[in-house]
Ligand binder design. Structure first.
Ligand code: ZN
Length: 58
């Protein structure tokens, strides 16, 4: 019988590094700015992470 190719271990060793900014989510909370002066409110909205362009990978 033919020996099966040893299954290469595909554990977390080869996982792509996560983006530090969004922690792998690809999204970041950005403050909502309102008005002409772009006053920052207490509200936050989810925006695309500009560090990884939403991919979540560094
Ligand atoms: Zn990111």
């Amino acid at each position: 019988m033919t020996a099966r190719k040893a299954t290469t271990r595909r554990t977390t060793a080869k996982a792509p590094p996560k983006c530090q900014v969004c922690k792998g989510t690809g999204e970041v909370a950005v403050p909502v700015k309102v008005g002409r002066k772009q006053r920052i409110t207490d509200d936050q909205q989810v925006g695309m992470c500009l560090t990884c362009f939403g991919s979540g990978e560094a």
